[in-house]
Design a protein around this ligand. Structure first.
Ligand SMILES: *[C@@H]1O[C@H](CO)[C@@H](O)[C@H](O)[C@H]1NC(C)=O
Length: 217
């Protein structure tokens, strides 16, 4: 096998994306519509507004995940609670599980059934919100993407080594490792956080990678 395999789990991009979404605030447009109506119509507009907002935010989230929407700094203000609800819901876990199942099926049909692997394949994982979950950080300090990540605070949190694994990802990780595929971890975490990162990864159930590549301090 001369092929390298790269996985990018788009789910991660919701929390760690970098954009300016100010330009498309559907809420402002709907409010403008609502203010020109009579009060009876206002009630209708505002109940329609919450339905529309939910649908708009769902659609925004979906398009981030499939990587149509890129390069945003913050989640649009009106969708922050939607993103929070999703990321803390069992649906998120189910979605990751489906992704993991599909990846494992892909192995079966393609290059790497356990007997066929020759150790020449590589797999790249990101860390935050791919292997380790930052949801506890967002629950206590963060704003679920509604404000730019405060790197001082975030790095303090990383040093506590308390990030749990993303659901189902330990299983995928070892499915890959047991096939003899070399695992490379690449993260925007800084080099000085190496020990904390390694400890946290091992505590969460990940081990046996070939290289962990971090950013220079
Ligand atoms: C980031 O967090 C630190 C520590 O909590 C705080 O001192 C600092 O003011 C914050 N920075 C911003 C830009 O909010």
């Amino acid at each position: 096998m001369d092929r390298s395999i790269f996985l990018s789990l788009a789910l991660a991009s919701l929390l760690v994306g970098v954009v300016s979404a100010r330009d498309w605030n559907i809420l402002n447009q709907l409010k403008a519509l609502g203010s020109s109506s009579s009060s009876g119509q206002n009630a209708i507009v505002s109940s329609g507004l919450s339905t529309n907002l939910k649908r708009y935010c769902e659609s925004w989230r979906f398009n981030v995940e499939v990587h149509n929407i890129r390069n945003f700094d913050v989640v649009p203000q009106e969708c922050v609670s939607h993103v929070q609800n999703y990321m803390t819901s069992s649906q998120y876990g189910d979605d990751v599980e489906r992704t993991v199942d599909e990846v494992i099926l892909h192995f079966g049909s393609m290059c790497c059934s356990k007997s066929k692997c020759d150790g020449m394949d590589a797999w790249i994982f990101d860390i935050d919100d791919t292997l380790l979950s930052t949801i506890p950080y967002h629950k206590s300090n963060g704003f679920f993407g509604g404000e730019k990540l405060n790197s001082t605070k975030f790095e303090d949190w990383i040093r506590k080594r308390k990030a749990p694994s993303v659901p189902h990802m330990v299983k995928l990780y070892h499915e890959i490792r047991e096939r003899g595929i070399k695992i490379f971890l690449i993260s925007s975490r800084k080099e000085y956080l190496r020990y904390a990162t390694v400890d946290n990864l091992i505590q969460a159930g990940y081990y046996g990678w070939s290289n962990l590549i971090l950013r220079y301090n």
